[in-house]
Design a protein. Structure first.
Length: 281
């Protein structure tokens, strides 16, 4: 990290998330050349720049469909989406919903600092009611987007929440998410030390708690009730939903063989050769 020109502010929660992800990858023993990180736009989306893996930076909010396509065509890869609450829940909210429905075998890690950090502090979809910014001068009045509740309502196959300052606990949850077969969603709460003076490290410490061994993540009703808690915020694995086939498995069952370059085609070989020849000119 010392040799890189890092764009994060000192004290940013992104540093803890980066450390947790790097530790998780190392402990899982995954070859880094077999990992692809996909991100959109924002301070969180810069994370792949600071670790040694393949990555794809796309448009704002469009990381999940790109990751889905990568996994469908190269299923042997470990595909991880890393982006922020604005990118995934705001600009990318539709892809978040339909990504859960499709259930591709990808891990989606969302940095939630309850503010837009890259564009200087506007309210994000998760900003709390009353939160004031230079744009929301009277304070936020919309209900914050509850991504955990939405994911459970859609029967996502793995739903978890962490806190960026708890690196070891976050690392362990990320490891489980990566190993899980299906759409794994991990929301990581983190402070923005520059543009959010309300939801600080102390604020999160006072309001978060870890689910204990008596909690069963298989109980969907209980998981949904837990996701709706107002006065405190649960951390840990909230829900491991109904284990259904992945997007890639459903494609294969329909006779769509991946990767694309191996799919059967009725196009004559000479036409294929002609197309390749023209493309190389």
């Amino acid at each position: 990290m010392k040799d890189l020109n890092n764009a994060w502010c000192p004290g940013c929660g992104n540093f803890g998330i980066l450390s947790s992800i790097d530790k998780a990858i190392d402990e899982l023993g995954i070859k880094r050349e077999n990992i692809v990180m996909v991100s959109g736009i924002g301070q969180a989306a810069k994370l792949p720049h600071y670790t040694n893996v393949n990555f794809f930076n796309g448009l704002h909010g469009r990381s999940i469909p790109v990751a889905t396509g990568i996994k469908a065509t190269k299923p042997e890869l470990t595909v991880i989406v890393v982006s922020g609450d604005g990118c995934i829940y705001g600009e990318g909210g539709n892809h978040f919903i339909h990504g859960i429905r499709r259930n591709p075998d990808i891990t989606v890690i969302v940095h939630n600092n309850m503010v837009y950090g890259l564009t200087k502090g506007q309210a994000s979809p998760t900003s709390q009611i009353g939160f004031r910014t230079p744009i929301q001068v009277c304070g936020v009045f919309e209900e914050p987007f509850n991504a955990i509740a939405v994911a459970i309502a859609l029967n996502a196959s793995f739903v978890a929440r962490c806190f960026s300052a708890d690196i070891e606990k976050t690392k362990e949850i990320i490891k489980l998410a990566i190993k899980h077969k299906g759409f794994s969603f991990v929301e990581i709460l983190q402070p923005c030390v520059t543009f959010n003076k309300v939801n600080t490290y102390a604020w999160f410490r006072e309001r978060t708690y870890y689910l204990d061994s008596s909690y069963s993540p298989d109980d969907r009703i209980k998981a949904f009730e837990t996701s709706l808690e107002k006065d405190r915020i649960s951390l840990g694995i909230l829900y491991t939903g109904f284990q259904r086939k992945t997007f890639e498995q459903n494609l294969e069952d329909c006779g769509i063989v991946y990767p694309v370059i191996r799919r059967k085609s009725n196009i004559k070989n000479d036409l294929l050769k002609s197309l390749k020849k023209n493309h190389s000119k």
